[in-house]
Design a protein around this ligand. Structure first.
Ligand SMILES: *Cc1c(COP(=O)(O)O)cnc(C)c1O
Length: 404
């Protein structure tokens, strides 16, 4: 066999559109919560592909689902349905509030579908101008034009004006602010149960309950963006299950495929029929390959053992981080649920989150940031305790560089 083309990290700068600044090593192989780079250096993975690799790397359940389906049928196009997608739809509807599912390939696409559905429901209501969307400052909903506009971080949208209009942003967790802008013209409120990219900031239960009541009062759809919080990340199958609030629409992606690209918008029989044949679509959405992997990953995660294991690991992680912090006094607050954990830097270390993840890489640890002041961990939901211990030891060495 011919040798593969030889590539190095510097080729990224040669050939790639520069929207990312990846680490200076290239991972080539992974197993469980460890990966290895081109030099065969080993890393503990606390990043989990940004809350994606829920079963870690190369888990046999995912590998078998992928390879078995790969031998049968990859893609047929939406002129035909397929068995894996119907099984996955059954799993998602049987285990959540939802009755109907629309499949796509990413979180942004799931949110795009949700926002378009809300606009359509608003139109069909007959109420003039019922197209307003209420969203929250600091939110992240994806990178399509509609979803960056719904997101509450102007740095991601301002360069692409003119933006879709009719979107109002108010402060997260501020129910009075939301109340002031939700009215008869509102077709949807979109919210993350825990703001992920925005800094791992949980929504208050009273805030979510208040949004539910306002949506009911004014006939607006309540959309929960669970792209990051879904599929076991918080220790519940979906984060809404930790609250008494049930959304009308829920979006899910990231961990859903365990690393294979797939997304979905879940909704009820009340709203699904507002989309009819031709109103929305996608070429790859619900393809057999993605659906087979997602079905296997979902089945594995949706058990009391795995979900309880996430809660247990949360406590284990927090104990280790608190011990570390008692010694080094670097974090002001450690927050989050399950295995979505954010460590907020003390004011004196403001802006240093990126440096910390760079030093973590040097010490053999993959970690994330959530804004300039928060170090974020979203490891595999089944990360072994010994890998948590080893990762924390490496984090400790990385933090020592901060003190210098
Ligand atoms: C990652 C993320 C998205 C975007 O998902 P993509 O798959 O990158 O399009 C949307 N919403 C939330 C809450 C996310 O964390």
């Amino acid at each position: 066999m011919e040798q593969p083309i030889s590539v190095t990290r510097s080729n990224f700068n040669d050939w790639m559109v520069p929207v990312f600044a990846p680490a200076n090593f290239i991972p080539v192989r992974g197993e469980g919560s460890r990966i290895w780079d081109q030099e065969n250096k080993e890393y503990i993975d606390f990043a989990g592909g940004i809350a994606v690799n829920a079963l870690g790397h190369a888990h046999p359940v995912a590998v078998n689902a992928l390879t078995e389906q790969a031998k049968k049928l990859w893609h047929v196009g939406n002129g035909y349905t397929n068995e894996p997608v119907l099984r996955l739809a059954k799993q998602l509807t049987e285990n959540t509030f939802a009755d109907k599912v629309f499949f796509c390939n990413s979180g942004a696409e799931a949110n795009e579908a949700a926002l378009k559905l809300a606009r359509k429901v608003g139109l069909d209501s007959g109420v003039a101008g019922k197209s307003g969307i209420v969203a929250f400052k600091n939110a992240f909903h994806g990178r399509t034009l509609f979803t960056v506009s719904a997101g509450g971080q102007p740095k991601y949208s301002q360069d692409f004006a003119p933006l879709p209009n009719g979107i109002n942003h108010v402060a997260f967790n501020d129910l009075d602010a939301a109340k002031a802008v939700i009215n008869e013209q509102t077709c949807a409120v979109i919210v993350e149960p825990i703001q992920g990219e925005g800094g791992v900031i949980p929504a208050n239960i009273e805030f979510l309950k208040g949004l539910r009541a306002l949506c009911d009062e004014f006939g607006a759809l309540l959309i929960f963006d669970e792209v990051q919080t879904g599929v076991g990340r918080t220790g519940a199958l979906y984060a809404y299950m930790n609250t008494s609030v049930i959304p009308d629409v829920l979006t899910t992606a990231k961990a859903l495929g365990g690393g294979f690209p797939v997304g979905a918008m879940l909704t009820t029989d009340k709203y699904a029929p507002h989309f009819s044949v031709g109103t929305h679509g996608t070429t790859y959405g619900g393809n057999p390959l993605a659906s087979a992997v997602a079905g296997a990953v979902f089945e594995f995660i949706n058990t009391p053992e795995v979900l309880e294991g996430v809660k247990h690991r949360h406590q284990y992680f927090l104990d280790a981080l608190n011990t570390l912090n008692a010694e080094h006094q670097i974090f002001e607050e450690i927050r989050g649920q399950g295995l979505l954990i954010g460590c907020v830097l003390k004011a004196e270390y403001a802006g240093k989150a990126k440096d910390i993840t760079t030093w973590a890489g040097e010490e053999g640890l993959l970690a994330l940031i959530a804004g300039p002041d928060v170090v974020r961990f979203t490891p595999s939901l089944i990360i072994p305790e010994q890998d948590i211990d080893e990762g924390i030891a490496r984090l400790k060495r990385a933090l020592a560089k901060l003190a210098k």
